[in-house]
Design a binder for this molecule. Structure first.
Ligand SMILES: C[S@@+](CC[C@H](N)C(=O)[O-])C[C@H]1O[C@@H](n2cnc3c(N)ncnc32)[C@H](O)[C@@H]1O
Length: 610
């Protein structure tokens, strides 16, 4: 059946107007179009009329001026919506749904040697990002280079990495972002709710990627505060700091408590074994009861109390045995309930935790270098295993994590793989001096182009929350890791937690320069003031994001404080999935390789042969 028929908006409209004929009629209409139906849009109009009756049907057609609500389109077998704001130019064009219009899009943009972005002579509308408006809808005067491409794109070649060729149009007034789901409209297809194990594991990853400082030394400071004299900013900062310290302290104490309790279970089992040796006539149960009584004596608890707690402590030990100490230390508060009711213990928890144990250790060691101090109490020789930046390690499904540079050894690079992780773009001062080419003078640096609210780096005064994980709020490290793909793409990026549709995963960070030829770069700026983001030598994890013909993320332009940024924005990435984007046709045309995304609708699976 045509994918349009399954579009949630179609379903919603049918439900909203209780029109049971709508979907079958649409389906048969689309079917009757045959192959032509592939490129059609469904325009949804509102028509003002005298009554709810039949003005339109009564022949008053000429007087009816439809107000377009939007379009539904299908690209790569995915239905998507296009709002009138994105299709400014469509209003004066023929019907957006008409095949002839879509097929005859002429690109008026100039072609430059470096950026194939301008080179859109393909007569068919080429999809790069499913949420992008159709080419015909792009206000051409505003088009600008997005991504250049490369001649030397070899997988994993660090100098030809990641050409992220996506023709993105800078739409100053109609930027479209993946919309967050509206939880109140109940007409979407039902989705699988996360299980207790999913929640526990996600909680562990979130905790590891949080700023909580786990420590065994507990400060005890109290700023002099008198509420009667008012609370100044300094005093308030001091009390907030104290709050943070005590929060960290209680998290640390809680983690320590669980570590000791899991360890206690190990000692308890060992004590039972010792009693059995000391008293060979004792049965196993008798030895167990004796050990329990000895413990009750010291703890001053009744046996029942200890037995109840023991059940929970056993849960802690099982978690630690499968996922390592890190899984217990970073499990957070939910783990108590999880172990108390043992929800999901039997549903593969052990296997799931075993699977992530070493990846979790990498994150814990690199993000919280002091966390192993908490283990001294049970394991005095505990040593840190992973050093450096969290993404200097490539996690592997079937073995221990590998140092990033070792995963490029097959390339035999003269100086090995060199890559510096940086949090922000670095400007090529030799070319640009102090004049950041990403600055767009026409844009008010204080006002967000999307929400119209005030943008400020100071989070107290900032009001723009378009991408709070990246701008205008407190930033946490994103819950992602590099991992070794099993499909032959070498490394990729895996999401450890879910990224909801519309949330920013990261900024595409690299060296801001100009004039690089033949290497992978992301183009930015305007025709008059172009620049390139080069990730050959420095950048962040976005350099390792692979292509998929059915991507779960996309590149998106955003202006923060008047400076152009390129973001990787989620289209809905479930936890544990690889983060992918669409590199675009422009990129693949130059890459003599077959795409290994494995999607049914893969467009470049036989690219190398063509
Ligand atoms: C930005 S890098 C991505 C990280 C790369 N996989 C690595 O290990 O360094 C881009 C290169 O990865 C490879 N690649 C990415 N997506 C791919 C896909 N779907 N199929 C095949 N190769 C892919 C290509 O060699 C491409 O030039």
């Amino acid at each position: 059946m045509h994918p349009m028929v399954h579009h949630p908006v179609v379903n919603k409209l049918a439900v909203l107007f209780e029109n049971t004929d709508f979907i079958p009629s649409l389906a048969s209409l689309l079917e009757s179009l045959g192959p032509k139906g592939e490129g059609v849009c469904l325009r949804i109009d509102a028509v003002l009329c005298a009554s709810s009756s039949t003005l339109y049907l009564n022949g008053a057609k000429e007087n009816v001026k439809p107000l377009p609500l939007g379009w539904l389109s299908v690209e790569n077998n995915h239905a998507l919506t296009i709002t009138p704001g994105q299709t400014e130019s469509l209003k004066s064009s023929p019907r957006p749904g008409s095949v002839s219009q879509l097929d005859n899009v002429e690109c008026q943009s100039p072609v430059t040697p470096q950026s194939l972005f301008y080179e859109c002579h393909s007569p068919r509308r080429k999809t790069v990002s499913g949420l992008r408006p159709s080419v015909s809808s792009i206000p051409l005067a505003r088009t600008e280079p997005s991504v250049a491409d490369s001649d030397s794109n070899d997988e994993d070649d660090p100098n030809s990495h990641g050409v992220l060729n996506q023709p993105i149009v800078r739409q100053l007034h109609s930027a479209r972002f993946p919309q967050r789901q509206n939880p109140t409209t109940g007409t979407e297809a039902p989705t699988l709710q996360p299980s207790s194990i999913d929640k526990l594991i996600c909680g562990i990853w979130r905790q590891v990627h949080s700023p909580t400082t786990l420590s065994v030394s507990f400060p005890d400071r109290r700023p002099g505060i008198s509420l009667s004299t008012g609370v100044s900013q300094e005093v308030f900062r001091a009390i907030s700091g104290l709050c943070k310290e005590y929060y960290n302290q209680s998290r640390s104490s809680r983690a320590l408590e669980m570590v000791v309790q899991a360890h206690w279970v190990e000692c308890y089992e060992a004590r039972i074994a010792s009693i059995a040796l000391e008293h060979p006539s004792c049965t196993k149960t008798e030895a167990r009861i004796m050990a329990l009584k000895e413990a009750c004596n010291t703890l001053a608890w009744q046996e029942k109390e200890l037995r109840n707690r023991l059940a929970i402590w056993r849960g802690y030990k099982e978690i630690k045995d499968s996922g390592g100490w890190a899984s217990l230390v970073f499990a957070g508060s939910g783990v108590y309930r999880f172990c108390k009711y043992r929800i999901g213990f039997k549903d593969g928890l052990t296997t799931r935790l075993r699977h992530i144990a070493s990846s979790l250790e990498v994150a814990a060691d690199t993000l919280h270098p002091g966390w192993r101090d908490l283990l001294r109490i049970v394991s005095p020789d505990e040593q840190r295993r992973y050093f450096g930046h969290p993404h200097e390690w490539v996690t592997v499904d079937t073995g221990p994590p590998l140092p990033l540079n070792s995963t490029y050894s097959h390339l035999s690079l003269p100086e090995g793989f060199q890559f510096e992780f940086v949090d922000d773009c670095v400007l090529d001062y030799d070319i640009f001096g102090q004049d950041d080419p990403r600055r767009v003078p026409q844009i008010d640096p204080d006002i967000c182009e999307i929400c119209g609210k005030k943008q400020a780096d100071d989070i107290v005064t900032n009001q723009c929350y378009c991408f709070p994980t990246l701008f205008g709020s407190v930033r946490y490290p994103p819950p992602v890791q590099l991992y070794h793909t099993a499909s032959g793409k070498n490394n990729g990026v895996i999401a450890r937690c879910q990224f909801e549709r519309g949330t920013a995963i990261a900024e595409f960070v690299g060296y801001i320069t100009r004039g690089i030829d033949g290497l992978d770069v992301m183009m930015g700026g305007t025709q008059e003031r172009p620049y390139q983001i080069f990730q050959g030598k420095m950048g962040n994890f976005t350099r390792f994001i692979n292509h998929s013909c059915r991507p779960n993320s996309q590149f998106q332009r955003f202006y923060w404080r008047g400076i152009e940024r390129v973001l990787v924005v989620s289209r809905g990435v479930p936890a544990g999935n690889e983060i992918t984007v669409d590199y675009s046709d422009f990129y693949w045309r130059k890459l003599k390789k077959n795409c290994l995304c494995g999607e049914r609708a893969c467009r470049y699976a036989h690219q190398a042969e063509s």
